[in-house]
Design a protein around this ligand. Structure first.
Ligand SMILES: [Zn+2]
Length: 67
């Protein structure tokens, strides 16, 4: 997912849920491009939040389960 698409998801989330905080409990996917200087980031597909992936899970091909 690109940062532009993440921004769109953030707008959709705000429209639907206002100031409600997302638990990022649904599906996430890597932020493109993957050659990021400060570590790998993932995007919550529900709210569009861009999150630093502390485990670099996608770098090693693992599936992430966000609590
Ligand atoms: Zn979220």
């Amino acid at each position: 997912m690109t940062a532009e698409k993440a921004n769109l998801l953030q707008d959709v989330w705000k429209t639907k849920h206002g100031s409600q905080v997302c638990s990022h409990s649904r599906i996430i996917e890597p932020l493109e491009p993957k050659n990021q200087r400060n570590g790998y980031h993932v995007v919550c597909r529900e709210c569009g939040s861009i999150i630093l992936d502390p485990y670099n899970s996608f770098a090693v091909g693992m599936t992430v389960h966000v609590a």
